[in-house]
Write a protein that binds this ligand. Structure first.
Ligand code: ADP
Length: 464
């Protein structure tokens, strides 16, 4: 059974890990999809922004300027490097205006998050027939940004690439004559956007999913925990029941065996002829009968919880009541190895108790002190008044109870199963009953114990 539970717990943990991994994979996939959708949504909103009047005319300005520089280059008036440096000087000078216009357009779109834009140059190429003359990129030129804010490319998102293709005319001298020639020009650029706090926005859009997954996860863990706990409890109950059946069988066997021998003896002619022996045997029958009755009563009484117990409370004077209990107990246990130290101080406090039930509760503890004793048995019975509570302390010098077992001591049918304790008879009901009775008196019972040293039971009841 234990193995089965361990396997079940292991399987559940593995299942939970697998489930979490799948869930994590799905969440990460959803995150990627949501991220892409969000960027696309922003990109769509920004679409056509460069075709707006002011930005468009700004585009015309740098394109015209570039064409002029290229004409100078074609007439060998400037070098390629100069074309590029003039191009960048021009775009730099236009950039402040570009930013202003861009922000104005952004405001008109009315996005509820902050977006920055950057345009990078990919290439400037002159095409004449099959001849390509690359102006950009060139060696030693690392600059890429032409318009917008200079954020790190990896911190932004690429939105689109654009290509400007045009035919350009230029006038130059050829063999002493002025001629007009054409060339094709291709300028390629890439656009990037940087969205402030985009992760927070995407996570925000996934909040329901996160929260739902977490709840589901907690629910599954809770369910597993509950099921396994239930299973363990069921297992314990099954064990307790088996123990109880074993114990009660054991308890019933002895008086029944004695009764059977006694009745056989009563039929015996020699015993019949001897009145003394006959009386003794009858006494044995009586005692065993009483014992069987007691056992049945114990089982019946202990099927009640503290709410079901009907108390018949009376006023008792502590010293008289407890002294009587001790005296009667001493009388019933007449053997030399027993010392009961009576530390009942003459406080004469009036308590309201059910005399019968409360005495039985205390006798259970006293009986146990002898049952689980190490000879010579010394029991101390002490009373005191503390913080408005009446305290009874019953200490023995017996075998003690380990900390692990103390926790279950007041459970129904519980018996300590380690060591040779099981050699002592019992049903595991005595302390359960005692606890129920004390609780029914609005009191409490606690235990301090050390193995091989002894045990102290402390009972507290309120003084009215
Ligand atoms: P029972 O004595 O019939 O087994 P109880 O409910 O009276 O049932 O006690 C429960 C268990 O607590 C006992 O089986 C015994 O192991 C342990 N126990 C009770 N009292 C003492 C004690 N004074 N010293 C050591 N062990 C004790």
């Amino acid at each position: 059974m234990k193995n089965k539970i361990t396997i079940l717990i292991l399987a559940s943990v593995l299942g939970l890990i697998a489930l979490s991994s799948i869930q994590a994979y799905l969440i990460s996939n959803t995150y990627e999809l949501k991220k892409k959708a969000f960027i696309k949504e922003t990109d769509d909103a920004l679409e056509g922004i460069h075709e707006k009047n002011e930005l468009d005319s700004l585009g015309d300005v740098w394109k015209e300027d570039l064409r002029n520089h290229l004409n100078d280059y074609k007439n060998n008036r400037i070098t390629k490097a100069e074309v590029l440096s003039r191009f960048f000087i021009k775009t730099d000078s236009l950039n402040t205006l570009h930013k202003t216009y861009y922000e104005k357009e952004l405001e008109a779109i009315n996005l509820d998050y902050d977006v920055k834009f950057k345009q990078e140059l990919t290439s400037i190429v002159i095409i004449e027939g099959s001849k390509l003359d690359t102006i950009y990129p060139v060696k030693n030129e690392i600059r890429t940004k032409i318009f917008g804010t200079d954020f790190k490319t990896e911190d932004g998102h690429k939105t689109n690439t654009s290509s400007w293709y045009t035919e350009s005319e230029y006038i130059h001298q050829k063999d002493g004559e002025i001629v007009t020639d054409t060339y094709d020009l291709e300028v390629k650029t890439i656009n990037y956007i940087q969205i402030k706090d985009w992760k927070r926005i995407v996570y925000g859009r996934m909040a329901v999913l996160f929260f739902g997954s977490l709840l589901l996860f907690l629910f599954v863990i809770g369910l597993l925990y509950y099921s396994i706990k239930n299973l363990i409890t069921q297992k314990k109950i099954a064990e307790i029941k088996t123990d109880f059946i074993n114990n009660i069988t054991h308890e019933l066997k002895t008086p029944l065996a004695t009764l059977s021998i006694a009745t056989k003896s009563l039929k015996n002619e020699t015993i019949k002829a001897n009145p003394e022996a006959f009386k003794n045997t009858l006494n044995i029958v009586d005692r065993q009968n009483e014992r069987l009755q007691k056992l049945i009563d114990q089982v019946m009484t202990n099927s009640l919880s503290n709410e079901d117990i009907v108390l018949n409370k009376e006023q008792v004077v502590d010293t008289i009541y407890f002294n009587n209990i001790i005296e009667d107990f001493k009388l019933s246990k007449q053997y030399n190895g027993l010392t009961i130290k009576n530390e009942i101080y003459a406080s004469e406090i009036v308590l309201r108790l059910d005399k019968f039930h409360f005495a039985t509760a205390i006798l259970n503890i006293l009986e146990n002190a002898i049952k689980y004793s190490i000879e010579p048995t010394i029991i101390t019975f002490k009373t005191e008044l503390k913080n408005g509570n009446y305290c009874l302390k019953i200490t023995d010098n017996g075998i003690g109870i380990s900390e692990k077992n103390q926790a279950h001591l007041f459970d129904k049918f519980y018996r300590v199963s380690d060591g040779d304790v099981h050699d002592v008879k019992g049903l595991g009901l005595g302390l359960y009953y005692t606890n129920q009775i004390i609780k029914a008196h609005q009191g409490s019972i606690t235990i301090q114990s050390e193995l091989q040293k002894g045990t102290t039971f402390t009972i507290k009841i309120p003084v009215n």
